[in-house]
Design a protein around this ligand. Structure first.
Ligand code: ZN
Length: 728
């Protein structure tokens, strides 16, 4: 029913139109559409809303009268505690929220950088609202917080028609709406008329006006603002005005063009005659048809518009008027909307906004990786919350250092194994400890498996050398299938996705053991797959990746088929559980030319990664079998060459330099490399033998190499001789 035909013109403009992306439309605000959907679902809500608004208008008239007649005394500042709920594992930093809050407070304080550019006819109407917003520092359970709560396992796709206000309202582990302004951050908002991309439009955000909140038995759970992630990662104050705009609605402001989501002046459909304007119940905002995505007043408008008002959709939002400020302050003092406790001194102490509160510490941390080669390091970062004062202490099993009190710490692991990490957060209220066993995997980078190698999954159980990781505990993961295999074999490895009805975005991985390709080139990889989509629009992903640092970092192997190609070649689309027949097993071979990056790498792991569709939330089965690696090992003649070379490296291990001495034909040149465990060249030289045919070279002359395992490579007669050196 609503128009959603916004134009490409918007993409280069500021304000509400700046966030459009991927060539898709941006619908800046769907507040009235959301409210209509709420009224449709609960007809009694509309009557309650209208009664509440009628009372509000009386309160508003009284407040206008008070403002106009009261002695000019300073009004109290109303500070609102805010909590952001980040739904799903979205890429938005804590700093982005802090920056966003600064911009919003500037809008409400009239301290934005563009105040001086406001049209002179309206500039004097803009006043400091004396309303401020602050990130909550204490949660409803008394724990310390930074007001940014990451609900990593939630679906980041939001339905405006059946919204999931899981964390606000009343009840256990919910943030009460009379104590916090709850703001949900999502990847996409869909409505009845606008599905999520790729087919729909972006809805920038929405909320409900006071009294218009859908009610449930658990309380006012819909009393929240829902915002797109892209409206948080803002590049400047103008971009941040989508949230200032939604807060305006939350404080009972209508659009300057009235209570709809459809401004008249839209470049894709401009009016050609005059028309009647709706009111926004604010006396000092001129009647207007409203503007979308541009900033030039039209002669056909009902009056000269305050086009720079934050409650329009024009591309130049900059200000609120005195009348709007009075209306918003009324929303915070009126009993009609449940907003009048938020700024009370008691609540500001309870939510940690004002000094004097105490909160219980919460321990948490993250690391930049989960696996390293022996001799290498992790970087740990505390995510603990300790309130105004407090600290953390770490214990790193198997690591150096073994303990730390820094919020960020680099830790080195010398010995292969799996180790735990613990962090304790403490303040005057007490302590809290988080321990994760087997957090760290330290891998022996030498002595890996040589080619050829085959994984056929035909044994009684999965091979112990295969490591399965299930990143979403309640979802299905890679397991052995003992009923079907490729090439007429009996078994394979698979994910029984069809057994689960809703697992949006679940990630499942299995890793191979370490391969030793230090003397291997011409490497090929092949495997069989069988896969079907459950729905044609299913956007699962499948990757095969390699690591040359023992699993610390991973890179995609080129040429892995997309799930679309896999479904086409194999099981197509079916809503029944997919079980492959012989013909549905597809052999994929990665040619040596595309795997040349792995040649001569001493420590290589491979892994297979499946991620289910984030939106559809339910996939069909994927199977893998007969993973084969081949290559050419350069062994023939090497020992003879080495013998005749009389190659010696000494001292080895060494604490500083080491000498590399060997024989060569007189005056012949040779290239000598020193590489680390990841194959990175650290030293490189070309040496020429003397008249006696002897070469003598010193490595680590600067003494700069960290403790660890290195390899000296000597390229001779088109062959590579590789020798391990240990720096202590
Ligand atoms: Zn709006």
């Amino acid at each position: 029913m609503k128009k959603n035909l916004f134009t490409l013109l918007s993409f280069t403009m500021l304000g509400f139109s700046a966030m459009a992306q991927n060539g898709l439309k941006l619908h800046p605000c769907a507040t009235y559409e959301a409210m209509e959907e709420g009224f449709k679902a609960d007809p009694s809500l509309k009557a309650r809303y209208e009664a509440s608004q009628a009372q509000f208008e009386l309160d508003y008239a009284a407040e206008i009268n008070r403002v106009n007649t009261a002695a000019k005394v300073a009004v109290p500042v109303y500070t609102i505690p805010v909590v952001f709920h980040v739904m799903g594992n979205l890429n938005v930093t804590d700093q982005a929220f802090t920056t966003l809050m600064t911009y919003v407070n500037n809008d409400y304080a009239k301290t934005g950088s563009d105040v001086g550019t406001i049209n002179s006819s309206f500039a004097s109407l803009y006043v400091d609202s004396e309303i401020r917003f602050a990130l909550a520092q204490k949660d409803p359970n008394g724990n310390c917080t930074n007001g940014i709560i990451r609900h990593d396992n939630d679906n980041p796709t939001w339905s405006q028609s059946s919204p999931a206000y899981l964390y606000s309202g009343t009840g256990t582990n919910r943030w009460p709406t009379n104590k916090y302004l709850n703001i949900y951050i999502v990847e996409c908002i869909s409505s009845a008329t606008m599905p999520c991309p790729p087919t729909g439009a972006y809805i920038g955000g929405y909320t409900y006006l006071p009294g218009g909140t859908p009610y449930t038995t658990n309380g006012n759970m819909g009393d929240a603002i829902v915002m797109l992630r892209n409206q948080v990662n803002v590049s400047g104050p103008s971009d941040a005005r989508t949230i200032s705009h939604e807060i305006g609605h939350w404080l009972n402001l209508a659009h300057t063009f009235g209570s709809s989501n459809n401004p008249k002046f839209d470049p894709s459909n401009m009016p050609t005659t005059t028309f009647a304007c709706s009111t926004d119940n604010v006396a000092d905002t001129p009647p207007t048809g409203g503007y979308f995505s541009f900033c030039t007043p039209s002669a056909l408008d009902c009056s000269i518009p305050n086009i720079e008002n934050i409650m329009d959709y024009a591309s130049c939002p900059k200000m609120f008027t005195q009348g709007q400020v009075t209306r918003m302050r009324t929303a915070l003092t009126s009993t009609t909307g449940g907003r009048n406790n938020l700024w009370s001194a008691t609540n500001l102490l309870a939510t940690g906004i004002t000094p004097g509160y105490t909160c219980a510490p919460v321990a948490n941390f993250e690391a930049n990786k989960r696996a390293v080669c022996a001799g290498n390091s992790f970087t740990y970062t505390s995510l603990s919350q300790v309130g105004a004062s407090g600290g953390v202490s770490w214990t790193f099993q198997g690591g150096t250092p073994a303990t730390s009190t820094s919020t960020s710490q680099v830790v080195t692991y010398a010995t292969p194994g799996t180790y735990s990490v613990a962090i304790t957060a403490s303040n005057t209220s007490g302590t809290n400890t988080k321990t994760v066993t087997s957090f760290v995997t330290v891998v022996n980078p030498v002595g890996g498996v040589l080619v050829p190698d085959a994984n056929s999954f035909e044994a009684a159980t999965l091979p112990s050398s295969i490591t399965v990781t299930n990143l979403n505990a309640s979802s299905p993961t890679w397991i052995q299938n003992t009923a079907v295999g490729a090439n007429s074999t009996a078994k394979s490895i698979y994910i029984n996705n069809a057994s689960s009805t809703s697992t949006p975005g679940h990630v499942d991985i299995f890793e191979t053991p370490v391969y030793d390709f230090s003397t291997t080139s011409n490497i090929t990889l092949s495997y069989y797959y069988a896969y079907a989509k459950r729905l044609a629009t299913q956007a699962d992903t499948f990757k095969v990746q390699y690591s040359i640092d023992c699993g610390g970092t991973w890179t995609n192997i080129i040429g892995v088929p997309t799930t679309a190609a896999m479904a086409t070649a194999s099981g197509s689309v079916t809503t029944t559980a997919f079980v492959p027949t012989a013909a549905k097993w597809i052999l994929k071979t990665h040619a040596a030319a595309l795997l040349a990056v792995l040649n001569n790498k001493p420590s290589v792991k491979l892994r297979f990664v499946f991620t289910s569709d984030k939106v559809v939330g339910r996939s069909n089965n994927i199977y893998i079998d007969q993973i084969n690696l081949t290559g050419t090992i350069l062994t023939t003649g090497i020992s003879e060459i080495e013998k005749s070379m009389e190659l010696v490296i000494y001292p080895n291990p060494t604490a500083s330099t080491a000498n590399v001495d060997f024989n060569l034909e007189p005056n012949k040149s040779v290239k000598i490399n020193l590489v680390d465990i990841m194959g990175r060249i650290l030293e490189e030289t070309t040496k020429t033998a003397n008249n006696d045919g002897r070469i003598s070279h010193t490595i680590n002359q600067g003494g700069n190499l960290a403790s660890g395992i290195y390899f000296v490579n000597i390229d001779i007669n088109n062959q590579r001789i590789s020798k391990k050196v240990i720096i202590e």
